[in-house]
Design a binder for this molecule. Sequence first.
Ligand code: ATP
Ligand code: MG
Length: 332
Amino acid sequence: MTWGDLHTGAADCLEILTTAGHRAYPVGGCIRDLLLGRAPGDVDLCTSAHPERVMALFPRAVPTGLRHGTVTVPTETGNVEITTFRREEGYSDSRHPDGVSFDVGLREDLSRRDFTVNAMALSGDGEVMDPFGGREDLEKRIIRCVGVPDRRFSEDALRMLRGVRFASQLGFTLEGETAAAMDRNAFRVEKVSRERIKGEMEKTLLSPRPGMVGLMVEAGLLDHLYPFPRGLDYFGLEALPPVREDRWRGFCVLTGFPISALPVERKLRRGVERPEEAVIPTLALKPRDLMELGLEGPAISEAQRKLAFHVLECPGDNTTEKLRKMLEVGTG
Ligand code: ATP
Ligand code: MG
C-alpha cells in the first residue's frame, strides 16, 4: 500500500507538503478503507505544517475549519482535507474541544482520534503507522475507542453515534468496553446537534446493516428525542430498498418515532409522513382510466390514495388488471 493508491489530487498534495519540508501523511478513514480493500471516499491528510502555511502552499484552499487547523483543497479527483497535527484541550460542552494546540507529533495527533481503525496513517515508504492496534481491530472486525472509552465519549458525545454508524457500514461489532461505555454516557448525546444526530442515523439506516440503528436506541443514545419502546426487532429494515424515504419510514413506523423531531427537509418529511403521495404518479391506472371506470371528482383522488396504499404494501400489484380488480372488489 502506498500513497499512489490514493487519488492523484491527494498524492499531489502530499508531494507539495513534503517537498516544502513538512511532514504529511494520509490518515483516518482512507487508510482504514484501503486496508479493507474498499474504495476510500474523501482523503484526509495530517501535517506538521501550520494552517496559514497550508493556505499559502495551496492557493485554492478553502479555510473550512481554520481554528481547528483544517483547510480543504479541491482537486480534480476530489476534495482533500488537510489538518495540522493537533492536540485538543478541555471539552466542557461534551462536544467541542475548548482549545487546540499545534506543534505536536503524529502519534499525539493519532491519539485524539475516535476509534483505533480510524487512527492510522501511511508513511511515504508504505509503512502503516498504527500505535493503537487499528489493524488488529480491522482483522477482529471491531470498533474500539482509542484510549479509555468513558473519557473519549465524555469529551465528544458524537463519537457514540459515529461508533454505531461505522459498525453498520463496515459490518463490525462494538468492542465490549466501548459498548458498555455507550450505555453509561448515552445521556450526553443531548449536547449533540440534531443535524449531526440525523446525519449519523441516516448513514446507519442507509448502510448494509440498517438494523444496527437499534443499537442506538437500546443504548439510550436517542432517549432525549422520543420515548423509544425497547426490545423491538430492527432487522426487517434490511428488506427495504436502501432509499432514504423508505428506510426512515420503516424506522418511524416500527418505533412510532415522529420524523419531525429531527431537522429533515420537507421532501423527506413528506416522503415519510405521506408515503402514498410519491406512489400516486406511478400507479398503472391513470386518472383517465379511473374516469372510464365511472369515477369522477373527489372519488378519483380517493381511489388513487387507496390504490397507492395497497401498492406500497404489495408493489407487485401495480398492474392495470390487478388494480382494476381491487377497485371492483372495493365497490362491489
Ligand atoms: P467517512 O468514510 O465517513 O468519511 P472517516 O473515518 O473518514 O469516515 P471523517 O468524519 O471524514 O471520518 O473524519 C476523518 C477522521 O477524523 C476520522 O477517521 C477520525 O480519525 C477523525 N475524526 C473525525 N471525527 C472525529 C471525532 N468526533 N472524534 C475524534 N476523531 C474524529
Ligand atoms: Mg472521511
